[in-house]
Write a protein that binds this ligand. Structure first.
Ligand code: PEP
Ligand code: MG
Length: 595
């Protein structure tokens, strides 16, 4: 995941690239929202005023608590309990006796108005947290700031400014948005929002997805550039923001918006239709998820289960490791919500571009070639088996499968299975039920595994090709290095012929082969992958309807001919042109992405 942002072009209009937080396209004028500093004026108190000031503080705390509980109730009812729970963290800040006692002690000592004393303590907390190297601690800043602003507003008696009251349809532009600001958007005139900070797993981003408000976060400098009333395009699908677009770009995005909305409509119809070719070959189109919350999107986009549940995000944004019980509850809830469809849980794949502060991984020269994924898990059996036991326990609540990342050969696959057997025995000893026949697959994302996939296929229950890594290792192109991004070619003949070999080797042993890298969501390549015999596409849920539509628009016979032809080309560029032309002919409405 590349989190580097930059200004892409700078002509009359300005275009930014950030992190897509919620899909869709929104076009409207900018409304700059609340970035006021927490620094009220200070004044001296007389001795006799101190007790009254403490009372005022306690009353403001009570009022804030009432407000937060009311918001929590409202959000839980209107948006969902999991979003309401976010406000528990806010209540914890309020109930933090160390903070409250420190404020009272400073008030007694300095004899200054409570607003200034409180703001002073609050800003010190925020400064300390912003220096923390721990991501979990830094993420607490937004909780503390949100509660702090509320307390200061209650002390001043000012009215609450809410996005709910916005009079005109707008794009909200903010340095950051607290979950409570975001929660107020659903009934107002907010068409989209963009922020300087935030990642795709921030509460604000998660809530934006549930509210279906297009959003791009992590734009770093957007509040320095945009002024109230500027015209803004938010492309929450690709993470692009255009400020004051030219007529041509505006027209392009209006078209793109229409296309997206038409597709969203079609989605309702596609949702219940099978993903099968014109001549009746059925394939699975599943969704990739990173968080249990993403299940909502899997279901609403008509994905057939989950082909890749990336569990490492579960380990992020926190100080400790998730224990077995906590993981079990998360996997169980995903399994139960997906019901009879499959959920492929991938075991911990940290390292590379995904670091966790609480694990003992030293900095490496070549992290993508280093101590990552299954290599780490085999060296840290206690961490690995905790996760395996949690997955096994959850397996009785749905149709769970297990998959190991970064397998480089059959030896590693066997070693992982030894630990799986140990985890099973540990559960047996305690009489804890699990599905003894749980399917165990190998991700094929290291070239050595792809080349020896004939051997691996005899031992694995299924394959899932991880093209994000397979392409970087096969072509020696770092997947997050923008300078060499032009060399990162999913259509390179070496990539296509290796994918074909993996599919053929899997089928020779009678096991299904899925593909779960970004390539599975590339509409121009769907027909080629289908023709190569792929059994399952697993992609970001928003791409599911498009992939399904293409599958339903072509016969398997024709797809096979397309794939055969694609394998004959000598360069990736030629394959790409050929694939796009075919799509233009067969499903023209899907071909607009690369015009
Ligand atoms: C892949 O490598 O293709 C893959 C799906 O895994 P990740 O992107 O999490 O490395
Ligand atoms: Mg990978």
């Amino acid at each position: 995941m590349n989190l580097k942002k930059k200004v892409v072009t700078r002509t009359k209009q300005i275009q930014f690239k950030g992190i897509p937080a919620a899909p869709g396209i929104a076009i409207a004028k900018a409304h700059i929202f609340g970035t006021e500093e927490i620094m009220p004026r200070e004044h001296k108190l007389e001795d006799k005023e101190v007790p009254k000031e403490i009372e005022r503080f306690k009353e403001a705390l009570k009022q804030t608590k009432r407000e937060i509980i009311a918001i929590e109730k409202r959000i839980s009812k209107e948006i969902g309990i999991e979003h309401g729970k976010i406000f528990n963290a806010h209540l914890l800040v309020l109930e933090d006796s160390v903070l409250v006692q420190e404020v009272i002690a400073k008030l007694k000592k300095r004899k200054k108005n409570i607003e200034s004393v409180f703001a002073n303590v609050l800003n010190r907390y925020i400064n300390v947290l912003s220096e923390a190297s721990d991501e979990y601690l830094r993420d607490r800043i937004s909780d503390i700031t949100d509660v702090g602003r509320r307390i200061l507003r209650n002390l001043s008696g000012a009215e609450e400014k809410s996005l709910e009251e916005l009079k005109e349809e707008s794009i909200v532009v903010a340095y950051d948005l607290s979950p409570s600001d975001t929660a107020m958007m659903h009934k107002g005139h907010v068409l989209g929002f963009i922020t300087d900070i935030g990642g795709r797993t921030s509460h604000t981003a998660i809530m934006a997805k549930s509210l279906e408000i297009p959003a791009v976060v992590g734009l770093e400098v957007i509040t320095d550039v945009v002024k109230n009333g500027d015209y803004i395009i938010v492309d929450g699908i690709h993470g692009v923001v255009v400020v004051n677009p030219t007529k041509k770009i505006l027209a392009k995005y209006r078209e793109e918006k229409k296309r997206y909305e038409v597709l969203e409509h079609e989605l309702v119809e596609l949702k219940t239709l099978p993903s099968q070719t014109l001549d009746g070959k059925k394939v699975i189109v599943a969704g990739n998820i990173e968080l249990p919350e993403d299940v909502v999107s899997v279901l609403s986009h008509g994905a057939q289960g989950i082909g890749l549940y990336r569990t490492e995000y579960f380990y992020m944004n926190r100080r400790d490791l998730p224990d077995e019980e906590e993981q079990f509850n998360a996997y169980k809830s995903v399994a139960m919500r997906i019901k009879s469809e499959c959920v492929v849980v991938r075991t911990l794949d940290l390292g590379g571009d995904k670091f966790l502060s609480q694990l003992d991984i030293p900095k490496e020269m070549n992290p993508f070639l280093g101590w990552r994924a299954i290599r780490y898990c085999l060296a840290r059996p206690a961490v690995f088996k905790t996760q395996l036991r949690a997955i096994l326990r959850a397996s009785v609540y749905g149709n769970l499968k297990l998959m190991y990342p970064m397998i480089s050969g059959v030896g590693e696959f066997r070693q992982a299975n030894v630990l799986l057997e140990e985890a099973k025995n540990e559960l047996r000893e305690k009489n804890i039920p699990f599905n003894d026949k749980i399917s165990v697959g190998a991700m094929i994302e290291v070239p050595s595994a792809a080349i020896t996939s004939d051997v691996l296929a005899k031992e694995a229950d299924f394959f899932s090709i991880g093209t994000n890594d397979l392409i970087q290792y096969l072509l020696a192109v770092d997947r997050v290095n923008e300078k060499i991004a032009y060399l990162y070619e999913p259509t390179h003949p070496a990539v296509l012929s290796l994918i074909k070999a993996v599919i053929d080797n899997g089928h020779k042993e009678g096991i299904p082969v899925a593909l779960c890298g970004e390539m599975a969501g590339d509409v121009s390549l769907t027909m080629i992958l289908l023709g190569l015999g792929l059994d399952e596409f697993s992609t970001s849920p928003i791409a599911v309807p498009e992939i399904k539509k293409i599958i339903r628009s072509v016969s398997f016979k024709e797809a096979k001919e397309i794939a055969e032809k694609a394998l004959e080309f000598t360069t990736g560029k030629k394959v790409q042109d050929f694939a796009r032309n075919k799509l233009r002919k067969i499903v023209p409405e899907m071909a607009t992405n690369f015009e």
